[in-house]
Design a protein around this ligand. Structure first.
Ligand code: NAP
Length: 337
């Protein structure tokens, strides 16, 4: 089988396609023949060397796959049989034509669900569920500022806000605004030419928003966008990726300018600052399983629909990374086998 390796840090072209034997499923594992793999910004950060959670290089990243079960390891069942179409949370190893995964991380596809759509669900939607439902307590009438609203997580967040009856203010590059409005965004801000804080103040008549989802790292400004009782969810630092090549100096500058949120200030402001890292919940797989089953139910009922903006063959993973870093993607980017 072929797989895509990060052998060293650098521009997208450092990704290396290698041929090797299929993995052998261990006890409690199944072998999934992969048809689609979700690409996440974390994979880009891993390639740049800015993702401390990534396995040591050389490594194969890839948090999520969809495909067909080919083989069961000893003791593996969970209602999974060879030929079953599934989606799986792999954590790493997903940039490959085959992957061995513990059965607890594998879910049968719902009737009519395509592989590409399925691979676009786990990371984006689980993260969004954590942020908006568990921490954010999003409800009807809330106003939510979603940064990178046209991205993979962003598009998922728009759908959960719509289900809750919340209004979204979204930031994105200008060329994506028409599609954002179609997706239900009430106000789109071009963060590259406009000051999003001033825009949020203008749009909300000075009140601010109830929730901000920020994975760009503009946390100080995002905090100032909150209304009293508002919640800021910090869940990434895409701003540390200043180009297709890693710049440690630029990333370090971003890191040292991160704000500190003092408890006394939080008390007096009546605001909350929340951190989310889905990858650090992997050991609580039962919790993620329940949420994943709920999301598959949401899909079956037509409440959520992943937006797959573009697909690339697995062997063109470098082009997929470049596409994301050039900020061209609307919705999820998926690799296909
Ligand atoms: N903590 C967690 O558990 C968790 C889980 C999933 C994702 N995340 C984070 O959430 C963010 C979104 O993830 P995603 O996978 O859905 O990616 P994504 O939003 O699809 O990422 C690409 C988009 O981000 C925007 N962007 C903003 N700053 C950028 C930069 N410096 N370089 C390139 N693009 C930039 C661009 O769109 P515009 O210019 O149109 O805004 C680009 O098209 C990432 O920061 C990721 O690390 C965190």
């Amino acid at each position: 089988m072929r797989s895509v390796w990060i052998t060293r840090t650098g521009p997208p072209e450092v990704l290396e396609v290698r041929d090797g034997p299929d993995p052998v499923p261990g006890p409690g594992q199944v072998l999934v023949r992969v048809r689609a793999t979700g690409v996440n910004f974390a994979d880009v950060m891993a390639r740049l060397g800015f993702y401390p959670d990534a396995p040591p290089r050389p490594c194969v990243v890839g948090y999520e796959v969809a495909g067909t079960i080919e083989q069961l390891g000893p003791g593996a069942d969970g209602g999974l049989a060879p030929g079953r179409r599934v989606v799986a949370l792999t954590r790493f190893g997903g940039y490959a034509e085959a992957v061995a995964v513990p059965t607890a991380q594998v879910f049968p596809l719902r009737e009519g669900m395509g592989f590409e759509d399925a691979a676009a669900i786990p990371v984006n939607y689980l993260t969004t569920v954590l942020m908006l439902r568990h921490f954010g307590n999003v409800k009807r009438g809330d106003r939510v500022l979603v940064h990178a609203a046209a991205g993979g997580v962003g598009m998922a967040a728009l759908q959960l806000c719509r289900i809750a009856g919340a209004e979204v203010i979204g930031t994105a590059s200008a060329g994506k605004h028409a599609q954002l409005r179609e997706a239900g965004v009430a106000h789109a801000i071009d963060y590259r030419t406009q000051d999003f804080e001033a825009e949020v103040r203008r749009i909300t008549g000075g009140r601010g928003v109830d929730i901000v989802l920020d994975a760009t790292g503009a946390f100080a400004k995002s905090y100032r966008c909150l209304a009293p009782l508002g919640r800021l969810v910090c869940f990434g630092m895409s701003g540390a990726a200043t180009g297709v090549k890693p710049s440690r100096l630029a990333a370090a500058k971003r890191l040292i300018t991160l704000p500190w949120f003092h408890p006394i200030r939080l008390m007096n402001d009546n605001k909350a600052v929340i951190g989310v890292n889905l990858g650090h919940l992997w050991d609580g797989i039962e919790f993620l399983r329940d949420e994943m089953l709920g999301l598959l139910e949401d899909w079956a009922a037509g409440r959520i629909r992943p937006v797959v903006g573009k697909t690339f063959p697995l062997t063109e993973a470098a082009a997929a990374h470049r596409y994301i870093q050039e900020r061209q993607n609307i919705g999820k980017v998926v690799l296909t086998c």
